[in-house]
Each structure stands twice: as structure tokens, then as C-alpha cells.
Ligand binder design. Structure first.
Ligand SMILES: [Fe+2]
Length: 188
């Protein structure tokens, strides 16, 4: 009699215990899921692209700084400020994912990536020929950036990377429009 009365109580206790276990398991699973989505590691491709784009934005900034020194055209100083913001946005991503910054303490015109270093030299050389050439250099840089940013967006499924690259892409389209207008003003 005693054991039959205890059985429902035992079942109730067991049920409560199981609910508790499942509840704890659900909470920890949810915590793991949140943590995973916030700190998901980068693929090697996402990482190398992020490093490249950080320096590619520096290339744009540094060439425009140089072109402003040579020609004094305000378009170059205005857009170089925008490129600095682009560099900062990518730096925030590098920091978030613990990726070393390739542009760290490199002065204007100095790059870790040898291809970008050579490109800087070539573009500054071309842009020093004439003001029109400088605008052509600006157009070439923005077309290159647009292509690379679209590629970067295609290869990632991370919302934070996609968002930053998308903002940079919009900026590049605006810069391209500005350079095209300046080219048209000198050639038409
Ligand atoms: Fe740009």
C-alpha cells in the first residue's frame, strides 16, 4: 500500500527531474548556438580575402592621398577620407575574428602584399602624368574594388562580412560615379 501510494510521487519526481534535465540541455544548446553564430571561425578563403581587402582599401586611400598631393583636386582628398572609413570597417572585422592586420603601422605607400605594392607604384606613376590620367587611375581602382568586393560577398555566408563588404561596394559605386563625372568634364 505504501509503495503504491509512493509510485505516483516517484513518477512525478522522475518526470520533474527529466523536464529539468531537458530544460538545462535546451538552455546549453541555445547558448552554444548563440556563441557559435557570434564567433564562427572564418574559412581560409574568407580570411585571405579579408586580409586582401583591408590592403586593397589602403591602396585606394594611399593613391588618392598621393594624387591630392600632386594635383590638389578635392575629389582625391574627399574620397581618401571615405577609403579610410572602409579600411577601419575591415579592421573591425579583422579584430573581431582575431586575424592579424596586414596594414598595421605601414605608412602611406607601403604594403605587405607584393602585388599591391607594385600596383601602387604603377598607379601613382600613371596618375602623375596628367590630371585626366589621375581620374582614370581612380576609375580603374574603383572598378577593381567593385569586382573584388562582389567576389568577396559571393564566397561568404556570414552576415557581418556581407554587410561590411556591401557598404564598401556602395561606396565604390559612388566613387566610380564621381570619377566618371570628372573624366567627362575634362573630355567632353
Ligand atoms: Fe573607393
Amino acid at each position: 500500500m505504501k509503495s503504491r501510494r509512493s509510485l505516483p510521487l516517484l513518477l512525478l519526481l522522475l518526470f520533474t527531474f527529466c523536464i529539468g534535465i531537458f530544460a538545462i540541455d535546451d538552455v546549453s544548446a541555445a547558448q552554444r548556438k548563440r556563441k557559435g553564430s557570434g564567433n564562427a571561425s572564418l574559412t581560409n578563403m574568407e580570411k585571405s580575402t579579408m586580409i586582401y581587402i583591408r590592403e586593397e582599401e589602403k591602396l585606394a586611400r594611399d593613391v588618392y592621398i598621393k594624387m591630392y598631393e600632386v594635383w590638389g583636386a578635392t575629389i582625391f582628398s574627399n574620397i581618401s577620407v571615405s577609403e579610410q572609413r572602409h579600411m577601419d570597417a575591415v579592421l573591425n572585422l579583422l579584430i573581431k575574428y582575431g586575424v592579424p592586420d596586414p596594414a598595421l603601422s605601414n605608412p602611406v605607400g607601403v604594403f605587405t602584399n607584393a602585388d599591391l605594392q607594385q600596383l601602387y607604384t604603377d598607379l601613382v606613376s600613371q596618375g602623375t602624368e596628367s590630371l585626366l590620367d589621375a581620374f582614370y587611375v581612380g576609375r580603374a581602382i574603383e572598378i577593381m574594388d567593385i569586382d573584388d568586393l562582389e567576389g568577396a560577398m559571393e564566397e561568404t555566408n556570414k552576415a557581418d562580412l556581407d554587410n561590411v563588404y556591401g557598404n564598401l561596394l556602395n561606396g565604390s559605386y559612388n566613387h566610380l560615379d564621381a570619377f566618371n563625372t570628372h573624366i567627362a568634364n575634362l573630355t567632353q
